[in-house]
Design a binder for this molecule. Structure first.
Ligand SMILES: [Zn+2]
Length: 595
């Protein structure tokens, strides 16, 4: 499709992927640790010229569209729209009509119309005077902040918004699906979910409005909770959204830190005060999906949470998820009397808040001080309980060396033997049957690591092919030793067929002219050239040829052994069946192989 090529031409793949991963230059390529499987050494490569990416660890790869699909969990048509918007290209094809027809996109439209309506109503209507008073005076917000955050208001009426959106041409089914309109099944009538509320739009990481939080303005008997949120819809999944991440992501990356606060007002107050790397989990404990979103931009988070127990329990669950994902977590403590949350603290004295963020303590230090504070460690029972609590927290750290360091600290503070504590830690760890970090997609990706790197034979076939792609003349030098059967069952068979053809016809075709695709449609030659960039970037031709020669003899050895083992198995069967002719045949073959 011509449209996709036009988009590829306009979008720089390195720039695009860099928004998600810390790409580093490696020869002609760029590389980073793969976001789709767990790894320490980077094997995720991007080739800017060919506009492709590939992970040599888990085998995933493709172009900008497949990257966005994988990364954002989108359908192709959704990725197409996202990248077309980015490239500033209008797509006129049938595919685009499909996109426009999708309910998810219609809901996004509806949400943005609703946000406009709420904001307009707040700013212009006399009926919003009390709401404006609340925001300007009590919350001390400036008009520009209300515009920037698209804060709005809807008065306490039955179906004001629903009627407005129906007049704008939205269908009642879409309105119900968006969560803005509620259907009363008995009376066969429809009404607004949000009534008499200050409205905060919630955006996804790209800035599309996916839902709303409505805060009650005047609490009455019938008003239902202080906060009402958009329910789960096809556009809104609260476990996948972080409030203000769309505004904060660049600053999070620049500061290499995400500050996580409790509520929307806290976020807005921080941003307005000039601290712009601040986000909020929408009233839930951090989820796996949210942690993965954060990890696109940083591995460091600082969390502030309400002093009450409920707030702390929710925060605790989120901390466990973040710890298991390997994030560095700090805890922000607002000094006594300086306010109960970020918003209050900023209003009382903004420098106290900035200092609290600056001086956030690491989560383990925070646990240590909380658990050991005032504990009488001379009482063996109390000491035992404190040790168990601390070891339970330490056991959640996915890194062995870090765990050991904390155990050492524990041993100093408690005056207990390190060996005993380590033993106790092992016991706690084995009690946790399924470690949290083994769940979720990371674990799944690891279990389906495919073909390309598995087995020595595969590895040798891959590396030899990569060297030949780097310096095709190596093939001519080693040709006499390359037996087609070494590669006949690998994905590289086609490469050798072509090389041989080229050799025999003295063709001047270059490797780039071969179109050899693997199962997922990636060009094998491109992948091999990235592989050689990754492993042999500054090797000269001679060194590469020697290496290829060594590998080739290794491959031959492995290949023979494999063959021999297979023949031996056949031989055994022939002997068992008393098939003397076959037995002789096989013996001869085995002899041939050994020579
Ligand atoms: Zn990977």
């Amino acid at each position: 499709m011509a449209d996709t090529q036009a988009i590829k031409d306009r979008v720089d793949i390195v720039q695009l992927i860099q928004e998600y991963l810390p790409l580093k230059k490696a020869g002609a390529n760029w590389k980073a640790p793969c976001p789709f499987h767990h790894e320490k050494t980077p094997s995720f490569m991007v080739h800017p010229e060919k506009q492709i990416w590939h992970c040599f660890g888990c085998g995933k790869g493709g172009d900008i569209f497949s990257f966005i699909q994988e990364m954002e969990g989108l359908e192709f048509s959704e990725a197409l729209k996202l990248l077309a918007d980015r490239a500033g290209i209008k797509i006129e094809s049938s595919q685009f009509n499909e996109i426009n027809k999708s309910q998810k996109n219609r809901i996004a439209e509806i949400n943005s119309k609703a946000a406009f309506f709420f904001n307009h109503f707040l700013m212009e209507m006399p009926a919003s005077a009390a709401a404006r008073d609340y925001l300007y005076k009590k919350r001390e917000l400036k008009e520009q902040a209300i515009i920037d955050w698209q804060i709005g208001f809807i008065p306490d009426q039955w179906d004001l918004l629903t009627q407005y959106l129906l007049k704008k041409g939205c269908s009642i089914d879409d309105l119900v699906a968006s969560g803005l309109t509620v259907k009363n099944e008995e009376r066969k009538s429809h009404y607004d979910r949000f009534r008499g509320r200050i409205m905060f739009p919630i955006s996804d990481v790209h800035g599309n409005i996916v839902g709303f939080t409505g805060r009650i303005l005047v609490e009455t008997e019938n008003s239902g909770g202080k906060y009402v949120n958009t329910p789960q819809t096809i556009a809104y999944d609260k476990s996948r959204v972080l409030y203000a991440l769309n505004k904060a992501k660049q600053e999070i990356k620049a500061k290499d830190l995400a500050v996580i606060v409790e509520g929307q007002m806290d976020v807005i107050a921080c941003h307005e005060a000039g601290m712009k790397n601040v986000i909020a989990a929408s009233g839930t404990a951090l989820t796996d999906e949210q942690v993965r979103l954060i990890k696109r931009y940083t591995n460091n988070i600082a969390m502030a949470f309400d002093a009450d127990t409920a707030g702390q329990n929710a925060a605790k669950r989120g901390i466990d998820v973040a710890l298991a994902a390997g994030l560095n977590i700090k805890v922000i403590t607002i000094p006594d009397g300086a306010g109960k949350d970020a918003d209050e603290c900023l209003k009382k004295n903004s420098s106290v808040w900035f200092k609290a963020v600056e001086e956030a303590t690491s989560i383990m230090d925070w646990y240590f001080s909380r658990i050991l504070k005032g504990a009488n460690l001379n009482d063996p029972k109390i000491k035992q309980r404190a040790a168990e609590e601390l070891l339970t927290e330490i056991s959640k750290i996915p890194f062995a060396v870090e765990r050991e360091a904390w155990v050492k600290k524990m041993s100093e503070l408690l005056g207990s033997d390190t060996a005993i504590l380590l033993e106790a830690l092992r016991k706690i760890k084995s009690d946790i049957r399924e470690p949290i970090h083994a769940r979720g997609d990371v674990g799944k990706a690891e279990s389906r690591i495919p073909v390309i790197n598995s087995g020595k034979l595969d590895m040798l076939q891959l590396e030899i092919s990569a060297l030949i792609v780097k310096y095709p003349s190596i093939y001519n030098a080693l040709r006499a030793y390359v037996k087609p059967e070494y590669f006949s069952e690998s994905v590289y068979a086609g490469l050798y067929e072509n090389l041989e053809k080229q050799y025999n016809t003295n063709s001047r075709a270059t490797l780039g002219d071969f179109k050899l695709n693997n199962e997922s449609g990636e060009n094998i030659i491109d992948l091999l050239s990235m592989q050689s960039e990754k492993d042999y970037a500054d090797w000269d031709e001679k060194k590469c040829e020697d290496e290829a020669g060594l590998m080739l003899s290794e491959l031959e050895k492995n290949f023979r052994k494999l063959k021999r083992d297979a023949l031996a198995r056949e031989l055994k069967i022939a002997q068992d069946m008393g098939d003397a002719v076959r037995e002789n045949e096989l013996l001869q073959k085995i002899m041939d192989l050994t020579n």
